[in-house]
Design a protein around this ligand. Structure first.
Ligand code: NIG
Length: 418
């Protein structure tokens, strides 16, 4: 018999399902949730909640979906404290630091990489994150990218191939492009669901990015782009043209870029690009507030993106170079305090927005271990039971009390993980 758990006496429940509650976030007061096995079975007023095998008293506190972190680089070794200190002393971020982590990662054992990933995932869970994408990209040889993908698959919910992070030190750019779109892609493809490209000065240019995205699409893989992080450029335009699931960073956007992102949802771009998958119709604009702060770059114009009609996700970009935090709570607070989002918009972007960016907002996505999974990012019957309880009466406290540890309990697929 599948066990059931009743969480009741919820002061404020954010469901992200507008058919269940009020306003953006589909919020309910005095609510209850019943979990059966790994799924949500029932959501509604506490006074009408059915009986269950066990009961958890939320004591008037807020419950919301677990964070969906759609952009991390968690398979790495080494430390870049010195680079961070130099940046805080006035040096600017350049993609060159990636090779420092590449060197350390290549020298690490599989066990050390897996242990570091496990440590980072545990940190994220304690902050309420229940779904996590992570990327390769610090191996940059066929063997090292392959093992990075295998290590990532131990703990991540989605694995992205980022062989096109930078041209590794000592490699010929043309030869490396052939490798990344040929032998390396062939080796890694069975272990990943998407391919990412760092489209930026110092990484991959317009033509190279287009070739990498096309090679991924031809393999039946979804695509993502790191775009417009260090300056204006073609990243966002290419992501939209190729029907990418998301384009991430976005500190330097033109009005045309913003219109393209919003328009991708109007015109059904995704699904029309060859090989692109999913029924959602557009490219998600993923903003990375912790990275913008840690690199002292302009904050992505999340307010303008939402006003234009784009779909926005918030992610941590946890990595040792530009954003060494997995705290989605911190990112949500920053999005409210510095980017001009309402708390409801920020919470939605960090939950359902991330799920859409990963193609996990609908049932039937396949995790890296081959298991078919229900949708995430919502608290709604049938969805995976991924929830977090705040030691606070409302989600507003995430921004009202920034820096405070408010995560009181975390359930992932129905099990208590934090
Ligand atoms: O998303 N922009 C490229 N990749 C990472 C940074 C990687 C690094 O510096 O190690 C990012 O910020």
């Amino acid at each position: 018999m599948t066990r059931t758990l009743l969480i009741d006496n919820i002061g404020e429940l954010t469901t992200n399902d507008e058919s269940l509650g009020a306003g953006l976030g589909g919020r309910l007061a005095d609510a209850a949730v019943v979990i059966e096995g790994d799924r949500v079975a029932w959501v509604g007023p506490a006074s009408q909640a059915p009986a269950a095998d066990e009961r958890f008293d939320a004591a008037g506190r807020a419950v919301l979906p677990g964070w969906v972190d759609s952009h991390t680089h968690m398979v790495f070794a080494g430390d870049r404290t010195a680079e961070f200190e130099a940046r805080m002393a006035g040096e600017s971020y350049a993609a060159g630091g990636i090779n420092v982590t590449v060197e350390a990662t290549r020298a690490a054992t599989d066990e050390a990489l897996a242990a570091n990933l496990e440590r980072l995932v545990a940190e994220a869970r304690r902050d309420g994150t229940t779904t996590m994408e992570t990327k390769t990209g610090y191996g940059l040889t066929v063997a090292d990218e392959l093992r990075s993908a295998r290590v990532a698959a131990l703990h991540a919910d989605a694995v992205t191939f980022l062989g096109a992070h930078v041209v590794p030190a000592g490699a010929d750019p043309a030869d490396y492009l052939d490798l990344v779109t040929g032998e390396m892609l062939d080796a890694v493809a069975p272990h990943v669901s998407a391919v990412d490209v760092f489209c930026e000065t110092g990484a991959f240019d317009d033509e190279q990015t287009a070739r990498i995205l096309s090679s991924a699409t031809a393999k039946g893989l979804a695509t993502r782009v790191h775009g417009n992080q260090l300056g204006h450029g073609p990243g966002t335009r290419l992501a939209v043209e190729h029907g990418s699931l998301s384009v991430d960073h976005l500190g330097f956007l033109t009005d045309a870029d913003i219109e393209a992102l919003a328009g991708s949802w109007e015109h059904g771009q995704r699904g029309t690009a060859a090989g692109a998958t999913g029924t959602a119709r557009g490219t998600v604009a993923t903003v990375l507030p912790a990275c913008d702060l840690s690199t002292r770059m302009p904050l992505a114009p999340a307010r303008k993106l939402l006003d234009a009609g784009a779909v926005v996700a918030i992610a941590s970009n946890c990595n040792p170079g530009t954003s060494y935090t997995s705290s989605m709570s911190f990112c949500v607070a920053t999005a409210v305090l510095q980017m001009g989002l309402t708390i409801q918009e920020a919470v939605r972007a960090a939950t359902l927005g991330g799920a859409i960016a990963l193609g996990m907002h609908e049932d039937g996505w396949v995790d890296p271990r081959g298991a078919i999974q229900p949708r995430v990012g919502v608290v709604s019957p049938g969805a995976r039971a991924d929830l977090q309880l705040l030691d606070a009466p409302s989600v507003t406290h995430l921004a009202y009390r920034p820096g405070m540890r408010l995560t009181g309990a975390v359930w992932r697929a129905g099990s208590r993980v934090g």
